[in-house]
Each structure stands twice: as C-alpha cells, then as structure tokens.
Write a protein that binds this ligand. Structure first.
Ligand SMILES: *Cc1c(COP(=O)(O)O)cnc(C)c1O
Length: 350
C-alpha cells in the first residue's frame, strides 16, 4: 500500500526537467522488428573492431537481469555508467534548482554528495553527529526547511561503517516531504535489510547501489538507482543517451549471477578478526563498529601511522583532516594474507 503524501514524487522534479523533451536516439526510435541491414545510425558497416554498433541506450537486458537479482521490477531500475556517482549527480540535476534549493546529510559521509552539490550550485547542509558518530532521523529532519529537496542517507556510512537502522530510514521517508536518497554501496556486507524493502510504500525513496564493492567490479563503473517507475523514467531521460558502453553491458550480463556469498562471509569474518587485532595494539585508540568492508580506526598519531604504512607498501585512507574523523584512518578489509601483513606491520611501529 502506498502511503498517502502531501505531494506526488513528480512534484519534486525541477520544472525544466518535468518539461524536458528528451533526445531520442536512432535506437530509441526503433521499436523492434526483424532487421538485417542497419542504416539508421551512421555507424561503420565494417564489423572488424567488434565495436561498430551503438549499444542499447535503454539497457533492456541489463534492467531485466538487475531487476531479477534485486527482486525489483525492471521499470524501477536506472543504471549509471560512471558508477553510482552518476546517479548522485542526476539526483541534483533532477530535483534541485541551482542557487536556490538545499540538501541535507549527516557528517561525516561520502564526499561526492558535497562535491556534486557544489558543482550544481546547491546548498549542502551537514548535520553534526554524536560523539560516537551516530545520528537519528530526527537530527536530519530538524535540518530541513521548505527549500530542502533531498535528504542523503549513506547506510552503511562511508567512512564510519555505521548503518542507520531501517526503522530510522523509514521515519525520514514518512516524515520528509521531499526525496530521500539512500546510498547502499555497502549493503551486501550489512546485517540490516536493504531500504529496497521500503520502496513500494514510499514513492519519495531512491535507493542507490553499485557493482563496485562486494560485487567486485569497480573497474566496470556500473551503479544503480531504484525508484518508482516515474522517477526511474526521468533518470533515463536526463542521462547521456549511450551512458553504458557495449562491452561493459556484455561483461556485466555474463557475470551478474556470480555468487558472492563466500567472499562476503570471509570479508565479514576478517573484519572482525582485524577489529580484535587492531584493538589490541598500543597505537590504536578506538575502532568504530562497522557494517561494511572497512574499519574506521582512531590512532594516537594518524599521520605517522599513515606514512609508516606507505613506507611498508601498504596504502590506507587518511581521514585525519576530515571533520569528525580527526586521528582516523579508514582501512579496507583485504584478503587474510593482506590483513595479517597490515597487523604485523603495525606491531613493528615504534
Ligand atoms: C564507493 C562508493 C560509491 C561509489 O561507487 P561507484 O559505483 O564506484 O561510483 C557510492 N557511495 C559510497 C558511499 C561509496 O563508498
């Protein structure tokens, strides 16, 4: 059952986007039929590169496959060819009027939301977290005003690794008269159910996921947004026409049913081993709880530890100069061998 809302989600769309007459490619206009001679798109007729034909601009087979994988109808799926970063930028371009509207997000979080806000000339409102780096639905809602178009929720969060409970996400979706964008880049590692389970009830919800993390295909640059069919259709109209190239579509289709259960289980088990091992080190002050494939770790001297690890050929992410993350490094969980090498190196630091 759809919850009745003050607005239809299409009312949140920028007027110029609502009025948009989208570009229609040669392959968009072709409605299907038994074609053997393709003279519609000014392509080279010579197949020697194996790349001479334009790919499907509507990603029909991919949407079917992703819909099946996620248990979502294909017309609720948008696929980005620059990862979920493409979907993040589209959220601004579709819903926010530059120079006027604002968005709200808790800090610390994924840096792309703020950069994309700056690029689109949209005010970015940060909600300060508690001392344990958590926040609530009420904190987010209190930061909104009549010009807030989007609330970002990164769950599990990057860089903290902490999830916002699904019950809190539901409160935001229910109470906020605007778009709630939930970034679930790390959901495969989480013990929490996905916000996809709320999609049918809250038409103002957009859920972002990616093939870059647990699914092991960061190099392909495939991100997804899940939304009502009307919002997914607007994403499709605003994106660049051929945003996912042909070889990438083929590679993804070939690997989409790859079973990641064992890899995810090992990463989670290794994460807990790493937590215990790091906690026991004298240079470590605190390890934050994590629902993802990384740990945010507070050190007595983060810059020194960072430089030392680089000298040992180990690269981690220095978050020492990020607000609310002073003293912290973000460490990705690797293979068991890599994690042991990290801990052994840290035991040698003086
Ligand atoms: C890695 C990451 C993404 C980006 O994923 P791509 O699909 O590779 O662009 C999105 N959101 C968060 C929170 C991330 O950490």
């Amino acid at each position: 059952m759809m919850i009745s809302r003050k607005h239809d989600p299409l009312d949140y769309v920028r007027p110029n986007i609502r009025a948009l007459k989208p570009y229609s490619t040669a392959r968009d206009e072709f409605k299907g039929g038994d074609i053997s001679i393709w003279l519609d798109a000014n392509e080279s007729p010579y197949p020697d590169t194996g790349l001479n034909r334009y790919p499907d601009p509507r990603h029909r087979r991919l949407k079917q496959a992703i819909g099946r994988l996620k248990g979502v109808a294909p017309d609720c799926v948008f696929i980005g060819g620059a990862g979920s970063d493409e979907a993040i930028d589209l959220v601004y371009r579709i819903f926010c009027v530059p120079g006027r509207d604002n968005v709200v997000a808790a800090a610390p979080t994924y840096g792309v939301y703020a950069v994309a806000a700056d690029i689109n000339d949209v005010e970015y409102r940060e909600v300060a977290p508690d001392t344990d780096l958590t926040y609530t639905a009420a904190d987010l809602l209190a930061a909104t005003d009549s010009l807030t178009k989007v609330i970002w929720i990164c769950s599990p969060d990057n860089p903290t690794g902490i999830s916002l409970p699904l019950s809190e996400i539901e409160i935001v979706a229910r109470e906020f008269d605007g778009i709630v964008a939930v970034d679930e880049a790390y959901i495969d590692f989480s013990t929490q159910p996905s916000a996809l389970t709320l999609l049918a009830r809250y038409p103002n919800l957009i859920v972002l996921q990616t093939f870059s993390k647990a699914r092991g295909m960061a190099s392909l640059r495939i991100g997804m947004a899940f939304a009502t069919p009307s919002i997914a259709a607007i994403f499709a109209n605003v994106k660049y026409p051929y945003n996912i190239n042909g070889p990438t579509q083929e590679r993804l289709l070939a690997m989409i049913d790859r079973d990641i259960t064992a890899q995810v289980a090992e990463i989670r088990e290794q994460r807990e081993w790493l937590r215990g091992s790091l906690d026991a080190l004298s240079c470590v002050e605190k390890v934050y709880p994590s629902d993802a494939n990384f740990l945010l770790v507070k050190f007595d001297d983060a810059d020194k530890v960072y430089d030392y690890l680089v000298s040992q050929g180990i690269l981690v992410r220095n978050r020492n100069r990020v607000a609310h993350c002073r003293g912290c490094l973000r460490i990705t969980v690797g293979t068991p061998d890599e994690n042991h090498a990290l801990v052994n190196a840290l035991k040698r630091i003086l």
